[in-house]
Design a protein around this ligand. Structure first.
Ligand SMILES: Nc1ncnc2c1ncn2[C@@H]1O[C@H](COP(=O)(O)OP(=O)(O)OP(=O)(O)O)[C@@H](O)[C@H]1O
Ligand SMILES: [Mg+2]
Length: 304
């Protein structure tokens, strides 16, 4: 059974068609990356999964439970960390976690796990601090704790690392990896594509409310037909016309060209540069990463 099954989901916000027939499964036990540029529809899809928004048509089920018709079972099976920080400022961390625990019918028997969560999230010494007294990164950690009070088998993280420092980012990724190793299904949205590339085993890329790629990470990368030729030029120069469509980036003296695996050779490209009197001081080739695949599919730069 899929951890999450998304069936023909459309979402309209008045005139805006935000999701245009989303249809895919998130396999149980996967570390799934839901990627896409700003406004692609990622949070809208996650909010529908969490029961916070309603699909205009279509349905989503979590571990076989329809999020509308069997919302109690669906919620029990899933913990969602929303992109927006929403919380009651006058509750302490511990009170918030206890309250959330209570929603799932859990009482004092859950205290050991709540204390463990505080420890894992490095919040133990702040347990009795009011939310409004916490920094942004601490609040985000509390929301992560809140999503995990009932040890849900499916954990959905919507941009958990936006605006947090490197140390916390690393801590969150380690934590997500540990949960995944314990058998949890993890769904992650992030604009840090190197991290998605190292963590996720399966990836969907959304663009303008549509799925433009859905595959195992390795297959997605392998399908990309280009590799990169990175050159340090002696001077900034005008790129000859026949190479213009191969330019991936050109900043200062650093030129990166896309070489088609079947049609382009390094030799031909270097010949073209030499005949245009362009000299280089260094070069290397590089396999493409998720970032190149993302840009080619969405035609949008990654913003982090
Ligand atoms: N409550 C709402 N009312 C009207 N339009 C909305 C609402 N929520 C989202 N939208 C619109 O739906 C589209 C998708 O937004 P969504 O927040 O799902 O994107 P996203 O992929 O999560 O982007 P980001 O990477 O910036 O978080 C956007 O055009 C957005 O303006
Ligand atoms: Mg979002």
């Amino acid at each position: 059974m899929a951890a999450i099954s998304i069936q023909q989901v459309h979402k309209h916000y008045k005139q805006l068609h935000a999701l245009k027939g989303i249809n895919f499964d998130i396999p149980e036990g996967s570390f799934f990356g839901l990627l896409g540029p700003n406004g692609a529809g990622k949070s809208t899809l996650i909010n529908i999964m969490a029961g916070l928004a309603k699909a205009t048509t279509g349905s989503i089920s979590i571990k076989g439970h329809d999020v509308r018709k069997q919302w109690r079972q669906a919620r029990q099976a899933m913990g969602v960390v929303p992109q927006e920080l929403v919380y009651d400022p006058f509750f302490t961390i511990k009170e918030l976690l206890r309250l959330q625990s209570g929603y799932f019918g859990l009482g004092r028997e859950n205290e050991v796990w709540l204390d463990e969560l505080l420890e894992i999230l490095s919040l133990t010494d702040k347990a009795n601090t009011n939310m409004f007294e916490l920094s942004g990164g601490m609040k985000r950690r509390v929301l992560i704790g809140q999503a995990l009070v009932h040890k849900p088998p499916v954990v959905v993280l919507d941009e958990p690392t936006a605006g947090v420092d490197i140390e916390l980012r690393k801590m969150l990724w380690d934590f997500a990896t540990q949960l995944h190793d314990k058998g949890h299904t993890i769904v992650l949205t992030t604009h840090y594509l190197e991290e998605a590339e190292s963590l996720c085993d399966r990836i969907a890329i959304l663009n303008d409310g549509e799925v433009v790629a859905l595959d195992d990470k390795q297959a997605l990368l392998a399908r990309y037909p280009f590799r990169l030729l990175c050159l340090s030029l002696e001077n900034h120069a005008d790129i000859p016309a026949q190479l213009q469509d191969k330019v991936q980036s050109f900043e200062g003296n650093q030129l990166v060209l896309r070489l088609h695996r079947d049609h382009d050779t390094v030799n031909d490209v270097l010949e073209s540069l030499r005949s245009a009197q362009i000299n280089f001081v260094d070069l290397h080739t590089q396999e493409p990463g998720l970032e190149e695949v993302f840009i080619s599919l969405t035609h949008k730069e990654v913003n982090s």
